[in-house]
Design a protein around this ligand. Sequence first.
Ligand code: 2BA
Length: 109
Amino acid sequence: MKLIVAVIQDKDSARLSDALVEKEFQATKLASTGGFLKAGNSTLMIGVEDDKVEQVLDIIRENCQAREQLVAPISPMGGNADSYVPYPVEVQVGGATVFILPVEQFEKF
Ligand code: 2BA
């Protein structure tokens, strides 16, 4: 068994959750925050048998899209003025960042 941990954009989370339920996969959605943008994103934990991992990855690919996002300038107050960028910068936020972990034991009570 594997635990798939997928960090995705909030905009895709309802669609991805619906697609997983439709294919009878169970998932838990956690509200998370990106370390770089400090903006909300969603993290899905999906426990699946090894032979279903590729199917879940396909569903994630189909339902999550990369987007450009503007990063607001950070005030230099109290920080290092040398690194201050006075204008918004565009970054590409990926459709999904996925970690696949082996599950040592799985129980439901
Ligand atoms: P954030 O940390 O808010 O990062 C959002 C996007 O900003 C990233 O998209 C990347 O394009 C850019 N970015 C991140 N750190 C950067 C830096 N030091 N310099 C320049 N640009 C930077 P993604 O790579 O697609 O990541 C989307 C979200 O996935 C991340 O949000 C974070 O929440 C999560 N993530 C990505 N890589 C991770 C990792 N290795 N471990 C844990 N979480 C990760």
